[in-house]
Ligand binder design. Structure first.
Ligand SMILES: [Zn+2]
Length: 362
C-alpha cells in the first residue's frame, strides 16, 4: 500500500487516528497559532478526503461534527485517508469571532489562492501566508475536500454548489466533469443543495478564494462548502446530519463499505430544479422584525414574510408587512429582531437557470 500521509507533524498510522500540528502564525508574544490536524489513515489504499472546519471562528457545529465523526473504529474500516482540520482559525475560535485578531476584521475565508491571480497590492498577512502553505499540501494530497461552516442565527443545513470556471476553452470538458463529480458528491452527502450567488456575484464576493472555492477553481479538486445551521452555538441536529452525510460521502468515494445511512432530523429542500442563494427581501427602514415564516418554508411571490414594527410595536413600512418578490424557500435568518434600513432579513433559495460551468471573465 502507499505510504501513510504526513501533514505537518501528524503522521498517519494505518488503522488508527493520529494527531499533529500545522504551523500557522508565529505570535509576537511568543508561541504560535497552529492548525490542529487529525489523520484517520486506513489500512488499505483509497482516496484522501480533507474535511476542514471553523475558518469562521464563531461557526462551531463543524468542529463538533468532526469530534463526533473521528474515532479509531472509523480509521480501522477506512480505505484511503481522512485528513481533518477542526479549526482553520484558532484565533477566531478562542475569541468567539468570525475573523482573527491579526486580520483586522477581514474575512479569513477569502484569502486562499485564486485561479487567475490579480497583482497583489500588498504583502500577504501572516494568516494568508499560512493558508498558502497549507493549500500546497492540500493540493498535493487531497482527492476531495469539504469545508464546514454555519449560516445566520437560524438556518437549515445546506451544501453550497459553486460554479466551475475555465480560463481556456480546452478546459471546458474537464470543468464540466468536475462540476458533475461535485454534484454526485453532494447528492451522496444528502443535504439540500443550493447554488452559490450567480451573475458574477461569486467572483465579486471573492468566493473563488474561499477554502472550497480555491480547491475547486484553482486546484480543480472536487470541493464544496457546507452550512450547518446557525451560530454561535452547536446545533445537534445539524451536527448529526453532517456526521451521517460525511460518512455517506466516504461510502460514495469507496472509502467505507455499506449502504448510505439516512440523514434525518433536518429539513431538506428538493424542488426538482436547481436553486441558488439569494438575499431577499430588505427592510425599507430601521425597525424591529418579527418573522412570519420559518426556515425551510416555501414562500410564494407577494407572501408576507415578516412584520415590521417600531420599538413601541407600531407597524412601519407598507402596512407593517415585508413581502417576498420571489417564489422560493427560506434558508436562513440573518440576525435577531433588529434591522437597519436596506438590510436583508432572509437568505432564500430561488430557482436558478444560470450556467454553472463558465469561462473566467477576461
Ligand atoms: Zn462561514
Amino acid at each position: 500500500m502507499t505510504e501513510p500521509l504526513v501533514i505537518g507533524t501528524a503522521q498517519g498510522i494505518p488503522g488508527r487516528l493520529s494527531y499533529g500540528k500545522f504551523e500557522a502564525v508565529r505570535l509576537p508574544s511568543g508561541g504560535d497559532d497552529h492548525f490542529p490536524v487529525v489523520i484517520a489513515q486506513g489500512r488499505e489504499d483509497g482516496p484522501t478526503l480533507w474535511i476542514t472546519a471553523n475558518i469562521h471562528g464563531n461557526e462551531v457545529t463543524g468542529l463538533a461534527a468532526l469530534h463526533k465523526l473521528l474515532d479509531d473504529e472509523l480509521a480501522a474500516r477506512l480505505r484511503g485517508a481522512l485528513v481533518a482540520v477542526p479549526t482553520l482559525n484558532p484565533s477566531g475560535l478562542v475569541e468567539r469571532s468570525r475573523s482573527a485578531h491579526y486580520l483586522g476584521g477581514d474575512d479569513p475565508n477569502r484569502l486562499f489562492p485564486a485561479r487567475v491571480q490579480n497583482p497583489e497590492t500588498k504583502l500577504p498577512s501572516a494568516l494568508q501566508a499560512a493558508y498558502a502553505r497549507l493549500f500546497e499540501v492540500m493540493k498535493s494530497t487531497a482527492d476531495y475536500l469539504i469545508d464546514l461552516h454555519c449560516m445566520g442565527v437560524q438556518s437549515i443545513p445546506i451544501a453550497l454548489r459553486d460554479p466551475v470556471y475555465y480560463t481556456d476553452k480546452s478546459e471546458k470538458g474537464a470543468a464540466g466533469r468536475l462540476f458533475e463529480t461535485v454534484n454526485a458528491m453532494q447528492e451522496a452527502f444528502g443535504l439540500s443543495i443550493i447554488n452559490e450567488f450567480g451573475g458574477g456575484e461569486y467572483l465579486r464576493q471573492d468566493l473563488h478564494r474561499s477554502v472550497s472555492g480555491a480547491m475547486l477553481n484553482c486546484a480543480y479538486i472536487p470541493a464544496f462548502t457546507v452550512e450547518l445551521g446557525g451560530y454561535p452555538s452547536v446545533e445537534p441536529a445539524a451536527r448529526d446530519a453532517a456526521v451521517a452525510g460525511l460518512r455517506n460521502v466516504m461510502r460514495w468515494a469507496g472509502m467505507l463499505d455499506g449502504a448510505p445511512e439516512p440523514v434525518t432530523g433536518i429539513k431538506r429542500i428538493d424542488p426538482g430544479y436547481p436553486v441558488r442563494r439569494a438575499r431577499h427581501p430588505n427592510v425599507p427602514c430601521g425597525c424591529i422584525v418579527h418573522y412570519l415564516v420559518e426556515v425551510g418554508d416555501r414562500v410564494e411571490p407577494g407572501q408576507p414574510v415578516a412584520e415590521l414594527r417600531d420599538i413601541y410595536g407600531r407597524p412601519v413600512g407598507e402596512g407593517g408587512l415585508l413581502r417576498s418578490d420571489y417564489d422560493g424557500f427560506v434558508v436562513a435568518f440573518h440576525r435577531g429582531v433588529v434591522y437597519y434600513e436596506n438590510e436583508t432579513v432572509i437568505t432564500m433559495a430561488v430557482r436558478d437557470d444560470g450556467e454553472m460551468v463558465l469561462p473566467y471573465p477576461a
